[in-house]
Design a protein around this ligand. Structure first.
Ligand code: IMP
Length: 441
């Protein structure tokens, strides 16, 4: 399951839904930049790294090798689970995931400040610098954290190196290697029972025909290679990233489910062709409670972008979509959908990989009538007002992908299951007449 836009598509609720039939949930990439809010027994808490599948007592959860782990925040999540009497015995951490260190956080925040108006708008959680060290081969992995001698050796070198950057480049106080080593050894002792060879465990689960959900964090347009670079995150949230970040082959993935909001949002900087301002932006932001779980930042809001939707279908090989937050559009007189861009006087119906071209794209809209009635109580397709149904059909046709799930509110029951997303629709193909096959029924 992956995000088909810029993250924050409401994946938490869809994960919860899909986790019910999953034996194993794997988080392949990202770090504590992600976040979802969960309400259990009337208590609200926020998870950044631990998959929400942990709330199902028989579901095993794996934080995969493509993730970056901030042990301090991960252990705070353990504490939250403990307070709620939720066992973390079924949580496993890949030995080859990379570890976020205090210098990563400091460098992330300081480099953003130094970039000034060219900043990326990161979450400030040290994600970019942790992945940069991974590529530079100076990173510290979970397996290193588990071995006191290796940790001391690698961390002493890394802190001395990064202290030069902190002091000379950013004018910040240096870190004391001994203090950091001491702090991280305490984390290591708590995490040790959970550390495993995750690729092996996932393979074993596949061999035993277990249902495995790979839960992508962030979204397609934030992908390091295929997103709106440089305004992206530092991992690969696209479907292909699930293989790399879990250590399994592409033939082992049966189905790819994309999650998209019925409109679009984005946090952080970077081009956003369908962004709204004024009253409409305010309405979407208020009705959709569009504030980030991790940073509390207000999300930028805009109309649904079908060009990006088509791109997400292509780049992820989406089999079907879950459309979330349809109810947020309930009160609007009319709703626009971007069907193509105007780029330098020409129509462009695909996402231009070139960042400066994308920044010049202007949306070409199709306007559809609103339904001006609440959809929150709808539980079947037949319950939806005709205009809402037409809107969804329009999106499915525009992207040539079946819509399997429609979400109409935060609670579990505010959902229409159009088709079983796991066993139902397969990828949209063209029929004999060249028309997209939109539904398996
Ligand atoms: P980073 O991942 O903290 O380096 O941030 C890079 C970009 O990705 C920024 O625009 C962030 O706002 C965005 N980003 C990172 N994680 C998420 C997420 O979970 N949801 C939405 N945006 C995110």
């Amino acid at each position: 399951m992956i995000g088909a836009q810029w993250g924050d598509e409401g994946k938490g609720k869809i994960t919860d839904l899909l986790s019910r039939s999953a034996d194993v949930v794997v988080r392949p990439q990202g770090g504590v930049n992600a976040g979802h809010t969960i309400v259990v027994k009337g208590q609200t808490f926020k998870l950044h790294l631990i998959p929400s599948g942990i709330l199902y007592p028989d579901t095993e959860c794996i934080i995969g090798s493509g993730t970056v782990i901030d042990p301090k925040i991960l252990l705070q999540e353990f504490d939250q689970l403990e307070r709620l009497n939720v066992s973390a015995d079924n949580l496993f951490i890949s030995q080859t995931a990379h570890v976020t260190m205090p210098y990563h956080r400091l460098i992330d925040q300081a480099s953003e400040e130094q970039r000034g108006k060219h900043k990326i708008g990161t979450t400030g959680r040290g994600i970019g610098p942790t992945y940069a060290d991974k590529s530079e081969r100076t990173g510290i992995r979970v397996v290193d954290l588990m071995d006191a001698d290796t940790l001391r050796k690698r961390l002493t070198w890394a802190i001395n190196y990064n202290n030069v950057i902190l002091e000379k480049l950013y004018n910040l106080a240096p870190l004391d290697p001994e203090e950091v080593i001491k702090e991280y050894q305490v984390y290591a002792d708590r995490l040790r029972p959970h550390v495993i060879d995750s690729s092996l465990k996932i393979y074993d689960a596949i061999q035993h025909r277990k249902n495995i959900l790979f839960e992508g964090a962030q979204g397609t347009l934030l992908d390091l290679d295929h997103g709106t670079y440089p305004y992206v995150t530092s991992s690969n949230p696209i479907a292909g990233g699930a293989c790399v970040g879990s250590g399994i082959g592409p033939t082992m993935i049966d189905r790819v489910i994309g999650v998209a909001k019925a409109y679009t949002t984005r946090v952080g900087e970077g081009p956003f062709p369908t962004e709204l301002d004024g009253e409409l932006n305010q309405i979407l932001c208020d009705r959709g409670a569009e504030f980030g779980t991790t940073t509390g930042r207000r999300r930028r809001c805009g109309w649904f972008d079908g060009v990006i939707g088509r791109y997400a279908v292509r780049i992820n090989g989406l089999d079907c979509l879950a459309i979330t937050k349809l109810d947020v559009l309930d009160e609007l007189d009319e709703i626009k959908v971007c069907v193509a861009y105007e780029l330098d006087g020409k129509t462009c119906d695909h996402f231009p990989g070139n960042a400066s071209e994308f920044a010049r794209c202007k949306p070409i809209y199709k306007t559809l009538p609103g339904w001006k009635t609440s959809t929150e109580e709808c539980r079947l397709l037949e319950d939806l007002p005709k205009q809402a149904l037409d809107y969804l059909k329009f999106l499915a046709e525009l992207m040539a992908v079946p819509i399997a799930i429609i979400s109409l509110g935060a609670s579990r029951d505010q959902t229409i299951i159009v088709e079983d997303p796991i066993h139902g629709p397969k990828r949209a193909l063209l029929d004999a007449n060249g028309s997209p096959v939109l539904s398996s029924t």
